[in-house]
Design a protein. Structure first.
Length: 259
C-alpha cells in the first residue's frame, strides 16, 4: 500500500525584488523541482544531500507548512491539498521530529505534561486510556516512568530527543518525518536512538522519512535512500545495493569511501 505519493512536486520562491529577469519580471528560485516519490507503508526512506538541496523544503510541503507551487501529494490515496483533506487527519497520520529538541520542548512543562498534551488533543473521548498510552510511549523510547516528573532542563540531549520522539508517537501516527533529528547528538546517543527507532518501527509498523547528512546512519536505518541535488531527486537506490553502482556524479561523490 502506498502511504505517501509525490507527483511532479515543485516549490518556487521569489528572489529579492532587486533581482529581476528580462523586462523587469521577478525571477523565481526552484527549491524543489518536479520530485516524484512513492513511499509504501512500513518503509523507511532516507533523504540525503547537501544543505540547500531542498530536503527540508520537501518535508514542509508534505506537512503543508509551505504551499505547493505545482504538482500533487497524496496521503493514503487522498490529495493532501484537496478541499476534503482535514489538517487533523494529516497530523494524526504524519508527525515531525526536528533536530533541536531543546527549542521544541516547553521548558516550563514537565515531561508528563508535554506527552499528555497531544494525547488529550487527539483522543479526547478516550480518557480512560490516556495513562496507558502515555506509559507505552515512554516505554517505546526506552525511558522509565520516573522521567514523567522531570523537566527538559533536567535531561541530556539524547533523553530530550527521546521525549520528542515519544511526543510524536503519542498521537498514534503512521508516518514520522525525522529532519536531522540526530545531528546534534554525540555518537553514542545517535547509535542508541537509531537502535530504538528500528525497534519502534518494527513494533508499531511505522513508516519513516529520515532526512540527514549522516550517510552511515541512513544506510543503517533505511530501506531506500533518495539523493537530492539542487532541488532535484537525482537518484534513488536500495540500501541492500552496493553504493559503487550509483550512476549520478553527485551520488558517486557523496558516497565516495562508503563502497
Amino acid at each position: 500500500m502506498n502511504l505517501l505519493e509525490l507527483r511532479e512536486v515543485t516549490k518556487e520562491y521569489p528572489t529579492s525584488s532587486r533581482r529581476k529577469g528580462w523586462f523587469g519580471q521577478k525571477t523565481q528560485v526552484q527549491a524543489v523541482n518536479r520530485v516524484n516519490v512513492t513511499i509504501q507503508k512500513a518503509q523507511t526512506w532516507g533523504l540525503v544531500g547537501e544543505s540547500g538541496s531542498g530536503k527540508s523544503t520537501l518535508a514542509k510541503l508534505i506537512l503543508k507548512i509551505e504551499p505547493l507551487t505545482a504538482g500533487e501529494i497524496f496521503l493514503k490515496g487522498q490529495c493532501l491539498y484537496g478541499k476534503k483533506m482535514k489538517d487533523l487527519f494529516i497530523y494524526k497520520t504524519i508527525q515531525l521530529v526536528l533536530q533541536d529538541s531543546s527549542s521544541s520542548l516547553h521548558p516550563k512543562l514537565s515531561i508528563r505534561e508535554i506527552l499528555m498534551d497531544p494525547i488529550r488533543n487527539f483522543f479526547p473521548k478516550q480518557k480512560g486510556e490516556w495513562e496507558d498510552r502515555l506509559l507505552k510511549c515512554l516505554q517505546l523510547v526506552e525511558l522509565d516512568p520516573t522521567f514523567l516528573s522531570r523537566y527538559p532542563h533536567q535531561l541530556s540531549g539524547g533523553q530530550k530527543q527521546r521525549v520528542a520522539i515519544a511526543r510524536a508517537l503519542a498521537v498514534g501516527p503512521e508516518f514520522i518525518i525525522f529532519d536531522e533529528s540526530l545531528a546534534s547528538l554525540d555518537e553514542e546517543s545517535q547509535h542508541s536512538i537509531l537502535s530504538s527507532l528500528k525497534s519502534i518501527r518494527e513494533e508499531e509498523q511505522l513508516t519513516y522519512l529520515f532526512i540527514t547528512h549522516d550517510l552511515q546512519s541512513a544506510m543503517q536505518l533505511c530501506d531506500q535512500i533518495a539523493i537530492m541535488y539542487q532541488g532535484e531527486l537525482v537518484e534513488t537506490f536500495s540500501c541492500s545495493e552496493d553504493v559503487r553502482t550509483l550512476q549520478h556524479p553527485y551520488s558517486q561523490l557523496l558516497f565516495q569511501g562508503l563502497g
